[in-house]
Design a protein around this ligand. Sequence first.
Ligand SMILES: *[C@@H]1O[C@H](CO)[C@@H](O)[C@H](O)[C@H]1NC(C)=O
Ligand SMILES: *[C@@H]1O[C@H](CO)[C@@H](O)[C@H](O)[C@H]1NC(C)=O
Ligand SMILES: *[C@@H]1O[C@H](CO)[C@@H](O)[C@H](O)[C@H]1NC(C)=O
Ligand SMILES: *[C@@H]1O[C@H](CO)[C@@H](O)[C@H](O)[C@H]1NC(C)=O
Ligand SMILES: *[C@@H]1O[C@H](CO)[C@@H](O)[C@H](O)[C@H]1NC(C)=O
Length: 351
Amino acid sequence: MHLAIVLPLLAAVATTALSPNTTAPGIIPGTTGHYVAAGGHKYYFLESQPAASPIGTVLLFHGFPDFSYAWRYQVPFLTSLGYRVIAPDLLGYANTDAPCDITQYALKKMSTDMTELLDQIAPGEKIILGAHDWGAGLAYNFATWFPDYLKAFFTISVPYNRPWLGPSLEWADMLDLVQNGTYPTMGYQLQWRELAVNRNFTTRDQTRSFLNTGFGGLTPEGGAGLSPHDGLHYDVMPLLENQTLVSAEDFEVYVDKISQKGLAGGFNWYRTRRMNWEDELPLAKKGPFKFKTPYLFIASEQDTFMPPELYNNTGSYFEDWSIETIAAAHWSMWEKPSEVNAVIRKWLTNL
Ligand SMILES: *[C@@H]1O[C@H](CO)[C@@H](O)[C@H](O)[C@H]1NC(C)=O
Ligand SMILES: *[C@@H]1O[C@H](CO)[C@@H](O)[C@H](O)[C@H]1NC(C)=O
Ligand SMILES: *[C@@H]1O[C@H](CO)[C@@H](O)[C@H](O)[C@H]1NC(C)=O
Ligand SMILES: *[C@@H]1O[C@H](CO)[C@@H](O)[C@H](O)[C@H]1NC(C)=O
Ligand SMILES: *[C@@H]1O[C@H](CO)[C@@H](O)[C@H](O)[C@H]1NC(C)=O
């Protein structure tokens, strides 16, 4: 009897919450915010529509620890070029679900989620995909499994390595690859994949400290709180001055939204490497894999986590590609927005 009363109410709430047709403003000017069910999760995305009928759709994947706001300066720009722009909060972040089940963060699973999102909001369309940081990892996977959804794609800061992210078909744990010098700048991942790191970042102040560190806050002597080789330096983090990458207002937006879900969901992206390898192994066994979808890599020249050695072989994985370099560190979309926009525009024009 109670159930009979309660269930219809729950159903009504769920339907309203998942309607992709709300007109609530999104956090980036000119956008609206929407929810959609995909892959068994509730995803949130920002949408921006050009004044005239769109010339295409651009889908944007942010990285770690980030959310749709990563594209603060790209969404209005791409809209002004005539594109419809969609920027989801990816799994684990901000207004989107952050399940505890780590398998949900396997890149192939999240790629499938994105096809379900697109099937609802851009059915049958070949879209342009853009991605930064871990969003790039997802984009490479999406382009591997679902190329039919894509007209072209670009990634920022994180280059493509082999599908299984190791030097051979054999499983190689990241610990071995860091220790034997294959990926020396990925030592921080060993710290972030530990479940124990979750409980160091549960409060708003801890999230603030992580973001300040990740956005490049320095000690008065110029020291960093984060190293590509061994991750967070917990003794240095409290000594950092305020980051200067984003404005104080934008930083508060980040603290508000990232502390909403905390960092555990984002850290889960570092914990599915073995699953990603298993998912991609059958494909890798078929021989050298090459992407056919047109591709642009936007390298960040001063990104110490992603030195040029990691993208000196990109050409062997892409049939149709180009590279542009931005004189910026990891967060080039915030540091050099107009330069990033200019290379995207040039590439779009020549597609
Ligand atoms: C959203 O609006 C579009 C266009 O008006 C319509 O085709 C679609 O069915 C609507 N979706 C929902 C879930 O209401
Ligand atoms: C590092 O270890 C991996 C995995 O065992 C191996 O494939 C690779 O050849 C090693 N690289 C070096 C430089 O020793
Ligand atoms: C958690 O923080 C403490 C310092 O407060 C540090 O010693 C420890 O290594 C951290 N744990 C992880 C997994 O990073
Ligand atoms: C650093 O940022 C905090 C808020 O995050 C602010 O209260 C404080 O005044 C800032 N310090 C400086 C030196 O700007
Ligand atoms: C890329 O750089 C690495 C490290 O310096 C080097 O071992 C490798 O041979 C280079 N590959 C190419 C294709 O230049």
